[in-house]
Design a protein. Structure first.
Length: 330
């Protein structure tokens, strides 16, 4: 790994610069299902080349392409009523709280349709095809039980082989829900300065993204693993405990040669020496094509190295799950 320290304390963060200039930037960015899944599929295909998990990454590209196709004809989601929305705001709860929101039965039929499209794009003898068909054949009751465990972060009794495929259906469902929230209503959803979970659905982030362009230029947003909403969090701040001390960055990029200095890696692990948690941060200024879910999957080696150094991950990637989650994230 290549450790680096944050900017000197007397330098100004993008947030401070924006405030000094009187600039306003959105605290919450709702997802765009019409583009999000397609972009993710393209990025997965790019990253699959020469990757140790090439077959798995390529299968997920097919899954994301199917998510995109279903998002174009997904039935209109049932959103919270104004009274339900107001009650959630008064209680300080996410309006689409993942473990409490009554999922419409359509998510199951959409999942099965999504999986059918994946099967149609797979070779007939693909080993992954058997898993896809097995999930497609699960009963409604079993799907709901597995979904409940997934959304609650419970791995006991969770079918780890089926989980990423079921997660794809849940992502499609909750992304459609979040995207359908009225923009004016979305402005009333509070985004605390140290929000470690999604303000829309209460799920953990998969990674954070330092964005370029528009009002968000230079700002850091956490990206929800479930509904794909992004919410603002200041740079150089632990996404788990909120501390701004003891923050350092790790990457897979080799140390620069003095004769040929290299640009810093587009994907880094932002680690906190205080609580010993980390989350990846992706810099669009270093690679404009970085995509939170895809690039997180492609940099699994970074997770392994940071974990070996004694850090626990804050956040999860629902398309690639391992064993028990960290108790601090439950």
């Amino acid at each position: 790994m290549n450790p680096t320290s944050p900017s000197p304390q007397n330098s100004h963060t993008p947030e401070e610069i924006a405030l000094r200039a009187g600039l306003e930037f959105p605290q919450l960015l709702l997802p765009d299902p019409g583009q999000l899944f397609a972009d993710r599929a393209v990025r997965l295909r790019q990253l699959a080349a020469n990757h140790a998990l090439r077959d798995y990454v390529m299968m997920l590209a097919l899954v994301c392409e199917a998510q995109h196709a279903r998002s174009q004809q997904h039935p209109a989601p049932t959103l919270p009523t104004p009274a339900q929305f107001s009650a959630a705001m008064e209680a300080g709860e996410p309006p689409l709280e993942a473990t409490g929101w009554p999922r419409d039965a359509s998510w199951r039929s959409e999942l099965r349709a999504l999986l059918q499209q994946v099967l149609e794009q797979m070779p007939g003898d693909s080993p992954a095809g058997a898993t896809v068909r097995a999930v497609q054949a699960l009963s409604d009751e079993t799907l709901e039980q597995q979904a409940d465990r997934l959304l609650a972060g419970i791995t006991l009794g969770l079918d780890m082989a089926a989980a990423p495929l079921i997660a794809a259906g849940l992502q499609l469902h909750f992304t459609q829900l979040a995207a359908a929230i009225d923009p004016e209503q979305a402005k009333t959803i509070p985004v605390p300065a140290q929000a470690s979970r999604c303000p829309c659905c209460g799920s953990l982030p998969v990674a954070s993204v330092a964005r370029v362009g528009g009002k968000q230029d230079g700002q850091r947003y956490l990206h929800c693993t479930l509904c794909n909403t992004q919410w603002h969090q200041p740079r150089i701040q632990c996404t788990h405990c909120g501390s701004t001390d003891g923050i350092h960055y790790e990457s897979l990029q080799p140390l620069a040669d003095a004769q040929a200095p290299q640009q810093r890696a587009a994907v880094e692990a932002e680690a906190c020496d205080g609580c010993h948690h980390y989350l990846k941060i992706m810099h669009q200024s270093r690679d404009v094509h970085v995509e939170p879910v895809a690039d997180d999957l492609a940099t699994l080696t970074l997770d392994l190295l940071v974990s070996e150094a004694g850090f626990n991950r804050h956040g999860t990637n629902m398309l690639l799950l391992f064993g028990d989650s960290d108790p601090g994230d439950s």
